[in-house]
Design a protein around this ligand. Structure first.
Ligand code: ADP
Ligand code: MG
Length: 404
């Protein structure tokens, strides 16, 4: 394998760090320093760049990336988009000419995603950086990239142009805008869930501000909005535990917030954004079996949902050793098998590949036809456009209208 004319076969990552910048899927987990300045400096320090030169580079790179006013800011106080920018800046601070990014927009809202892609475009044009992006949410990307490599299911690859990729007959891109799934529009039944004047208050913020909403049996409702707009808080408030809320939450069985745990679990299920928090057994197989027993469903029920989403995976693996997409598939299976009437999904496509996403869409449309009420909070408009009966947009804790 050659990079810039140099054979790097068998090299360790630190031996190619001066040539190749890498930004992981969750940059916030890879930061080593506390502030933006220290993070940028650290990546230069690692490459043995002298202190004076280093300070000069940090200033230059901060200006280029629009980070000069954030240099002293703790990384944890940055928005997702800003963190992404710092990660990219750190990755190429030493003049690396090849930049690899793993799903750089999967955790970002539409606006931050577009800004990130603009920035990458600029880097390639102005600084001659070659950029390789691994991504399955290709909609926005196709307009920005010069070529596309499709990694097929059998691990072979085929090269294509963005235009061909978008228009090829048998390509997996073609169904991206199609409504593949039945979406009977007029719900006849009464509301399964009704919220009135719901507020969620944290010690120093009101995350949901007097929101009212009805969701019907057999309805899939999308909730979109920028990072921090309140999507996760809304779902947790409906689920009924762990938050300070006020206002009315009504279901056919009562208010989830005041129910006994067993009743609540049968009524409403939540797949949280940090879904791996729900995995605590030591193998995948244990999680699947335990889940069947807990939900009192036939053997392999959970496993069937899981493999429909993730394919065959060795059940002896530790849940923490699964990929983030597989972990999510597992938590989806654990939660969907409970057969709750109200299903809340927080960013359920994060890290799922195209096939897994289509399988999830299929599962959800099945649940819809069984009369479940499903709420999906996501940045993935593509996914919602296939599936949602309506999509509401949250901004600063209020619904500001229907999206789409
Ligand atoms: N545990 C928490 N403690 C304090 N504030 C929080 C907490 N969780 C979320 N918030 C704040 O509530 C608002 C909404 O956050 P969240 O519901 O996570 O939005 P979203 O899911 O749309 O990104 C944000 O301003 C966020 O900073
Ligand atoms: Mg959220």
């Amino acid at each position: 394998m050659e990079v810039l004319g140099q054979d790097i076969t068998g090299f360790m990552p630190h031996e190619t760090a001066h040539l190749i910048g890498y930004v992981s899927q969750q940059p916030e987990n890879s930061f080593v320093a506390d502030t933006v300045e220290d993070e940028l400096a650290y990546s230069l320090e690692q490459l043995g760049i002298a202190p004076t030169e280093m300070r000069h580079r940090v200033r230059e790179i901060a200006q280029y990336f629009g980070l000069e006013l954030l240099l002293q800011t703790p990384l944890t106080n940055l928005s997702g988009g800003q963190q992404q920018r710092v990660a990219v800046a750190a990755a190429i601070a030493a003049g690396q000419k090849l930049l690899l990014l793993d799903e750089p927009t999967s955790a970002l809202d539409a606006e931050s995603s577009a800004a990130t892609l603009d920035l990458l475009r600029r880097l390639s044009k102005e600084r001659g950086v070659t950029i390789l992006i691994a991504e399955h949410r290709i909609e926005r990307l196709l307009e920005q990239v010069d070529s596309v490599v499709v990694v097929n299911g059998d691990a072979t690859v085929s090269k294509s142009t963005p235009f061909d990729a978008m228009h090829s007959e048998d390509s997996w891109f073609t169904s991206r805008n199609a409504k593949n799934f039945p979406t009977e529009t007029t719900p006849t039944s009464s509301a399964v869930l009704e919220i009135r004047d719901l507020c969620v208050t944290y010690p120093n913020a009101r995350a949901i501000d007097s929101v009212s909403l009805k969701v019907h049996s057999g309805e899939i409702l999308g909730v979109v909005g920028a990072n921090g707009s309140g999507k996760s808080s809304l779902l947790w408030a409906i689920q009924g535990t762990g938050l300070r809320t006020s206002g009315v939450v009504e279901t056919q069985l009562g208010d989830p917030r005041t129910m006994k745990p067993a009743e609540r679990l049968a009524l409403v299920t939540l797949v949280p954004q940090n879904s791996s928090d729900l995995l605590f057994l030591s193998t995948l197989g244990d999680e699947l079996n335990e889940s069947d027993a807990f939900a009192k469903v036939p053997t392999n029920s959970t496993s069937n949902i899981f493999s429909a989403l993730a394919g065959r995976v060795n059940p002896a693996l530790h849940p923490r050793d699964l990929s983030s997409g597989q972990q999510l598939a597992l938590v989806l299976a654990l939660q969907l098998v409970k057969n709750a009437q109200i299903i809340l999904l927080d960013e359920p496509t994060r890290g799922l590949d195209y096939v897994a996403k289509q399988n999830l869409a299929r599962q959800l449309s099945q649940l819809k036809s069984q009369g479940k009420a499903i709420l999906i909070a996501t940045h993935d408009q593509e996914f919602l456009s296939q599936l949602a009966d309506r999509t509401l947009e949250l901004s600063a804790g209020k619904f500001i209208g229907e999206a789409q």
